[in-house]
Write a protein that binds this ligand. Structure first.
Ligand SMILES: NC(=O)c1ccc[n+]([C@@H]2O[C@H](COP(=O)([O-])OP(=O)(O)OC[C@H]3O[C@@H](n4cnc5c(N)ncnc54)[C@H](O)[C@@H]3O)[C@@H](O)[C@H]2O)c1
Ligand SMILES: [Zn+2]
Ligand SMILES: [Zn+2]
Length: 371
């Protein structure tokens, strides 16, 4: 079939709307009509460079939609099902899935190219095969996905905000709860309060933190972080480090989640200065390629204060456990989901949407394929 989608033809290019061909689903594959897609800063990283991947590529990795057709052998979903199109697949049987770390599923090996685990390229552009970002390609109206990349939703779940379950909400929430291991009474610093960081704030609150210090240079985002439970909000990590020490009789933060748009060595070092004894620095933010993210901690601090540095992919969440659980928390009024979506955009407004994100005017922009 033919569909419309936004592709990047090369590093640094803007999105271009094109007509794409999408094939019928083969074994283990699912044809999804995308309804919504979140605008994540990782899409901007892809626009700047695609290491291990290739251009052209169909953008978008935070999607929700409806299953139109399934290929032979597909058992997880059926036509008509509502799904989240997760940016990480979960096969269920690899070493990582089997040990409760499905965010590290072996099928994730090809998310940079977008080629499906079956070897299929989901799209063709002028006859040439191409992939979708993270094997999702949510900026296309229709996309071919692996069965491992979709999570079935209960039919009453609102599809628009459900798109954020594909990336930003679990990524932020889990960065504080799982990767950071926040415990009751802790002091948590969240550096960067966009779509990912504000969910780290929500996670820290749920885990029982006494103090949640939100850090962002943008006033709108600091205010938003307060509205979802941050107890303090400051403009930079220097102020956060001082405040964390003041609030803890000199110790500092127990957990620091780094969720800025693009990290580098300076940002990482500044975040590390918030750490107290026995604290964990969670690296959730990605760097633009070419940036150094060396965690340079002064002297023997890492050793004598037993600091931990913990990477976090998808907030160390297990999609099939955590997406339904987070949706239930939202339904119970315990997790803010609706207000995370600041503005809605059509496919031809994508560039504007990312400009608004860069200008600090949105928490999450949402691409609306069809309401
Ligand atoms: N590890 C993962 O699984 C994963 C998943 C999704 C996104 N990410 C990454 O998480 C990061 C955040 O994504 P997002 O969509 O929320 O981005 P965003 O652009 O919406 O938000 C980033 C925020 O950081 C703030 N900021 C920038 N520099 C800062 C600094 N020095 N100190 C404090 N705040 C600063 C910005 O004002 C903005 O509010 C990105 O790097 C993204 O690629 C990682
Ligand atoms: Zn993302
Ligand atoms: Zn797996």
């Amino acid at each position: 079939m033919e569909t419309t989608g936004a592709v990047l033809r090369g590093a640094g290019d803007q999105y271009e709307l094109v007509t794409l061909e999408v094939g019928d689903p083969g074994p283990g594959e699912v044809l999804v009509e995308m309804a919504y897609a979140g605008l994540c800063h990782s899409d901007e990283h892809l626009r700047h460079s695609n290491p291990g991947g290739r251009y052209p590529v169909v953008g978008g990795h935070e999607g929700s939609g409806v299953v139109l057709a399934v290929g032979p052998g597909v058992r997880r979903v059926a036509p008509g099902d509502h799904v989240v199109a997760s940016f990480l697949p979960a096969c269920g049987v690899c070493r990582w899935c089997a040990s409760g770390r499905s965010n590290l599923c072996d099928l994730g090996a090809t998310i940079a190219t977008g080629q499906l685990p079956t070897g299929t390229w989901p799209f063709r552009l002028d006859g040439e095969p191409l992939g979708g970002f993270c094997m999702v390609g949510a900026f296309a109206r229709h996309s071919l996905l692996s069965e491992a990349s979709v999570i079935r939703l209960d039919p009453w779940v609102a599809l628009d905000t459900a798109a954020l379950m594909a990336c930003s909400v679990p990524t932020g929430w889990g960065s504080a709860v799982y990767a950071g291991g926040t415990r009751p009474g802790d002091t948590v610093v969240v550096v960067g309060c966009g779509g990912v960081g504000v969910n780290a704030v929500q996670g820290a609150v749920h885990a029982g933190a006494s103090h949640v210090i939100a850090v962002d240079p943008v006033a709108f985002r600091r205010d938003f972080a307060r509205s979802v439970g941050a107890t303090h909000a400051v403009e930079d990590t220097g102020a956060a480090a001082a405040l964390a020490r003041e609030l803890t009789r000199g110790n500092g933060a127990d957990v620091v989640v780094l969720a800025v748009g693009a990290t580098d060595a300076d940002t990482t070092r500044a975040a590390a200065r918030c750490l107290g004894k026995g604290a964990t620095l969670v690296l959730t933010a990605l760097a633009d390629i070419g940036s150094d993210v060396t965690v340079a901690l002064q002297g023997n601090g890492l050793t004598v204060f037993e600091h931990r540095v913990q990477g976090a992919l998808f907030g160390s969440c297990n999609a099939h456990r955590d997406v339904p659980m987070l949706l239930r928390l939202a339904a119970e009024g315990k997790l803010e989901l609706d207000r995370l979506v600041t503005r809605r955009y059509s496919l031809d407004q994508l560039t504007q949407g990312f400009a608004d994100q860069a200008a600090g005017e949105t928490i999450r922009g949402l691409l609306v394929h069809a309401d």
